[in-house]
Design a protein around this ligand. Sequence first.
Ligand code: NDP
Length: 284
Amino acid sequence: MNRTVMLPDGTSVPALGQGTWFLGEKKFQEEQEKEALTSGIQAGMTLIDTAEMYGSGKAEELIGRTIRGMDRSQLFLVSKVYPHNAGRKNIFKSCMASLERMGTDYLDIYLLHWRGGIPLSETVACMEQLKKEGKIRRWGVSNFDTDDMEELWSVPGGKNCAVNQVLYHVASRGIEYDLLPWMREHHVPLMAYCPLAQGGDLRRGLYQSAVLNKIADAHGAAVAQVLLAFALRDGNTIAIPRSSKKEHTLDNAGADGLVLTEAELAAIDREFAPPSRKVYLDIV
Ligand code: NDP
């Protein structure tokens, strides 16, 4: 994997990782899903995103079975805590349970999945405690809009946030108006979820778009690869496409080598206009 993103602490991670929502839930697909994840890891997509929520732990368990025997230091594991577990009462148990399900003794990043009722100051203090204990290397947030990030910056330790993971794809560009500029200014990388618009489910007709198909054809690429190249274009974004199929996973890894031209980006802007006013976060 050639494209990497630098985290605030100077660690370099692959710009393309792998999502795992809905994986691990169907026993009969286990081998196929393990093969997909493994081929992605072999192709350099060693950053794997998951959450305690996904299949109530089944995605983390699948990851655990997939990476058993692999060199842990070559992997970059990201998991998320439910908002209602992100306080002193539950977070330490939640984190341990995620570690056990994945068969590892640390997470590379632990994310607050979305904002809930527990004060941010408490969550941040717990995250810092987990860091001290060596259970996590760093922490971040997910589904935080600009006002949430500003609030986070005002709590003790809040500026240690390593990433903000939010929805971002060519047909959902609202964050470009103020959240993304805020994150750039404060050196918080974006981790883009649903970078494939869930295979088109989030925007009907996306994969049939004449503009995207023309660009894909010009590069001998697939539309999915154009979507990923678009998400990665600024060098500060990590995208975490999910696939249950080896062929798709390898296509996704292949997007590493696809760089869109200025003219192609302009054509995308005409078809999928960037925001001209504040748009609240898109969430799935
Ligand atoms: P994606 O945008 O990654 O799309 C996944 C879908 O795209 C699947 O149906 C997959 O089908 C299909 N697909 C994958 N690769 C290709 C390809 N090359 N060509 C055509 N279709 C393809 O959606 P997700 O919702 O899974 O988002 C990615 C990840 O982000 C999640 O898995 C999760 O880890 C994270 N996430 C985080 C959220 C949060 O709140 N923080 C919310 C949502 C997601 P197939 O299996 O057949 O390949």
